[in-house]
Write a protein that binds this ligand. Structure first.
Ligand SMILES: Cc1cc2nc3c(=O)[nH]c(=O)nc-3n(C[C@H](O)[C@H](O)[C@H](O)COP(=O)(O)O)c2cc1C
Length: 166
């Protein structure tokens, strides 16, 4: 049963607007895996590092461990359907059939048309409760500029006021 502090936590976190990314991973001879995520943030510049928090139950979790690489693809507002696909448990096997996917350095899938792709090698993975906090060493970046971002706020997708392209 969910305690009241947990319910209040969930209600409060709905009010923390977040940029939406797709975390992708891949390796030689294995199918790519990925998930929709907001728990991504910058850690350091020297060296360039970021954090990505992934539920241990997500289909991409063990694949990130095995491949030792992942890519953070920061979604634009126009990529909302991909956010749905990569968070739909029934769509695990067809997630990468939508969108244009390439590679940079590590071999992790890189999404064309996203605002920015951060190609990372796993520097560390800190297990905590239900999640692993992955520390990624950023080894390559594809920066495509300040398109309207896809945000998640109060249980729904939106973008920054004044930047919507739709
Ligand atoms: C807006 C949004 C943000 C999410 N953020 C995260 C996240 O940061 N970390 C995470 O592990 N799951 C996150 N999820 C949940 C995963 O996308 C979802 O569980 C997905 O189905 C991955 O599990 P699967 O590959 O086993 O289906 C988020 C979902 C949504 C819709």
């Amino acid at each position: 049963m969910t305690s009241s502090i947990e319910q209040e936590f969930k209600s409060g976190m709905r009010l923390l607007a977040g940029a939406v990314s797709l975390i992708s991973t891949g390796g030689k001879g294995v199918p790519p895996k990925g998930l929709t995520a907001t728990a991504v943030c910058s850690l350091a510049v020297e060296p360039p590092r970021l954090l990505a928090c992934v539920n241990k139950s997500a289909s991409a979790h063990d694949a990130i461990d095995e491949n030792g690489v992942f890519c953070i693809n920061v979604l634009s507002e126009s990529q909302r359907e991909l956010a749905h696909l990569f968070s739909d448990n029934d769509a695990i096997d067809r997630r990468f059939s939508t969108g244009e996917w390439t590679q940079l350095t590590t071999g992790a899938p890189v999404l064309e048309g996203s605002l920015c792709s951060f190609d990372c090698k796993v520097a560390d993975g800190i297990e905590t409760a239900s999640h692993t906090i992955y520390i990624g060493d950023v080894v390559a970046i594809a920066n495509r500029g300040a398109l309207p971002p896809l945000l998640y706020f109060d249980g729904d997708y939106s973008t920054l006021a004044g930047l919507s392209a739709s």
